[in-house]
Design a protein around this ligand. Structure first.
Ligand code: OFO
Length: 183
């Protein structure tokens, strides 16, 4: 009796996505260590928290593959890229990584749609929303840095940003949660 509810194609793609989430976690981890080394404890805290979030995403996919009766393949995680050049570059890179991951999520949504695997399609919707949130958050940080002078951001602004990011919530407000009274 076949108890595997995932196709071989989706099993491979989900396993790859699981590794991609682990890679995203390593990227946040390395940028956090970079920021901490420079003395920005608040920014590092924010990035460390996001490393954990990505690790949670990895676990969700791992659990999903198992719960659908398919095989999980844990493989090596690629090394993170080089350290950012400055704080603006750090958040530009964060935004680019998030967009790259969003595109990978969209591919999985499309694959599950094409296969008419509605369980996987439904599971992936959580990730679609999560990526929208993460892109929104990264964009809002880039906006803050731009207002504060972009790559010429001064130490006062960096001090404030560092203090703010220590307590910045992990989740951004999405457009669908906004009302006219509470924009
Ligand atoms: Fe896994 O959410 Fe970002 O990348």
């Amino acid at each position: 009796m076949n108890t595997n509810r995932l196709s071989p194609t989706l099993t491979t793609a989900l396993n790859e996505q699981m590794t991609k989430e682990a890679h995203a976690s390593q990227i946040y981890l390395s940028y956090a260590a970079w920021a901490d080394n420079l003395g920005y404890g608040g920014i590092a805290n924010f990035l460390f928290r996001h490393a954990q979030e990505e690790r949670n995403h990895m676990m969700k996919i791992l659990e999903y593959i198992l719960k659908r009766g398919a095989e999980v393949k844990v493989v090596a995680i690629p090394a993170p890229p080089a350290n950012p050049k400055n704080m603006q570059n750090c958040f530009e890179k964060v935004f680019e990584h998030e967009v790259d991951n969003t595109n990978a999520i969209y591919k999985l949504v499309k694959m599950s749609f094409t296969e008419e695997d509605w369980a996987t399609w439904n599971f992936m919707q959580w990730f679609v929303k999560e990526q929208t949130e993460e892109e929104t958050l990264a964009l809002s940080l880039l906006d803050k840095i731009k207002i504060a002078g972009g790559k010429n951001i001064d130490s006062n602004s960096l001090y404030s940003l560092d203090r703010d990011l220590q307590i910045t919530p992990d989740d951004a407000t999405l457009a669908q949660d906004v009302t006219a009274e509470n924009p």
